[in-house]
Every structure is written in structure tokens, then in C-alpha cells.
Design a protein around this ligand. Structure first.
Ligand code: COA
Length: 161
């Protein structure tokens, strides 16, 4: 059983994240998509809301589990029996930071490798912040987030923004 963890803030999940989830789910027996705490960010959606969004949009993928964790990714991966962390690489600018994280995680957990999937070209520019920024300024986020979540994300973003 090969388990991988796809960690992130997912505030909120976008079509770019779902693209990575779908592709990683065929590479591993079990994929744990985990909503993690990033101490540099102040999220708009609660952990429970972010998990619910992820659950609703991944229910057709039987080997994908949605979870959350607060702490070190390297320790969490060990506890989950994961052999890999999955991350999406969007641009060269992502590389340096991701490379540093991958090396630090492997130092902390030598059994843990990081697998980078190149984000599909149509999602190169996408991030959760871009989605929230478009929504708060009245733009359309159709084609950026799953259809089923669009209205809820717009409503919350404008209320809080
Ligand atoms: N499609 C769309 N957006 C993508 C994407 C993709 N394929 N890949 C990344 N992004 C976006 C994310 O939505 C995020 O957007 P935002 O900044 O607007 O929120 C941004 O790119 C950065 O993504 P990422 O680098 O994955 O950061 P993150 O905040 O989502 O997750 C953690 C970072 C949680 C994985 C990291 O902080 C962590 O591992 N924390 C645990 C503590 C720990 O172990 N620290 C030591 C690590 S060495």
C-alpha cells in the first residue's frame, strides 16, 4: 500500500488543486489530501469548511481521503505511513521554495520523498489568493473553482472582504 500526502492550505480548493489530486490519485494506492496550517497565512475559510469543500469535490475518487493536521509535515507523514508528499509546481518561481521544503522534510524524515507534478498549463497562474481577489472585486471565478462551490465561495469572500 503506497500512501502519499498532498498538503496545502486549500483556502479554497481550486481546479488547479483538483487537477493535481486526480493525477496523484492514479499514482498512489491511497492519497491523503490534508488541510495544513500555514503559519504565514490568515485563512478565510475554517479548516472544517475547507475539508468539506474538498470532500464534495473528490467524492468520485475512492482512494482519496480528506484530513487535517497541525504540526510538522514530516512527522505527520511518518504517522500516516506515507512514502511521498505530492506538490504541484506551477512556475520556476515555485521551485526554490519547494526545493528547500522538500530537502528539509527529507532531513526530518529520511523515508519521505517529495513528488512534484507539473501543473496543467491552464492552471499555471491560479492560486487560492487569486480566486479570492477576483471574487472580492466582483469578477467571475467560473473556470477557476469547481462549479458546485462557486456560489458559496463568492458569497463568503464578498461578505468577509
Ligand atoms: N493549483 C492551484 N494553486 C496552487 C497549486 C496548484 N497546482 N499549487 C500551489 N497552489 C497555490 C496554493 O493555493 C497557494 O495559494 P495561496 O498562497 O493563495 O494560498 C500557493 O500556491 C502556495 O501553495 P503551497 O506552497 O502548497 O502552500 P500552502 O499554504 O497551500 O501549503 C504547507 C503549505 C501547508 C504545505 C506547508 O506550510 C507545510 O508543510 N506546513 C506544515 C509545517 C511544516 O512541516 N513546516 C516545515 C516544512 S519544511
Amino acid at each position: 500500500m503506497r500512501t502519499a500526502i498532498y498538503p496545502g492550505s486549500f483556502d479554497p480548493v481550486t481546479l488547479g488543486h483538483l487537477d493535481i489530486i486526480r493525477r496523484a490519485s492514479v499514482m498512489f494506492d491511497r492519497l491523503v489530501v490534508s488541510v495544513m496550517h500555514n503559519q504565514n497565512k490568515k485563512p478565510l475559510f475554517t479548516v472544517e469548511e475547507r475539508m468539506a469543500f474538498l470532500r464534495r469535490t473528490t467524492e468520485s475518487l475512492p482512494n482519496v481521503e480528506i484530513a487535517s493536521f497541525d504540526g510538522l509535515l514530516a512527522d505527520y507523514a511518518r504517522r500516516e505511513g506515507a512514502c511521498a508528499v505530492v506538490k504541484g509546481l506551477r512556475a520556476v518561481s515555485d521551485f526554490e521554495y519547494e526545493f528547500q521544503m522538500a530537502l528539509a522534510n527529507r532531513k526530518l524524515n529520511p523515508e519521505l520523498d517529495t513528488v512534484f507534478l507539473m501543473t496543467s498549463a491552464e492552471y499555471m497562474y491560479l492560486s487560492s489568493s487569486v480566486v479570492k481577489d477576483i471574487a472580492v472585486h466582483g469578477g467571475s471565478i467560473a473556470g477557476f473553482v469547481p462549479d458546485a462551490l462557486e456560489a458559496e465561495i463568492v458569497c463568503r469572500t464578498r461578505k468577509e472582504g
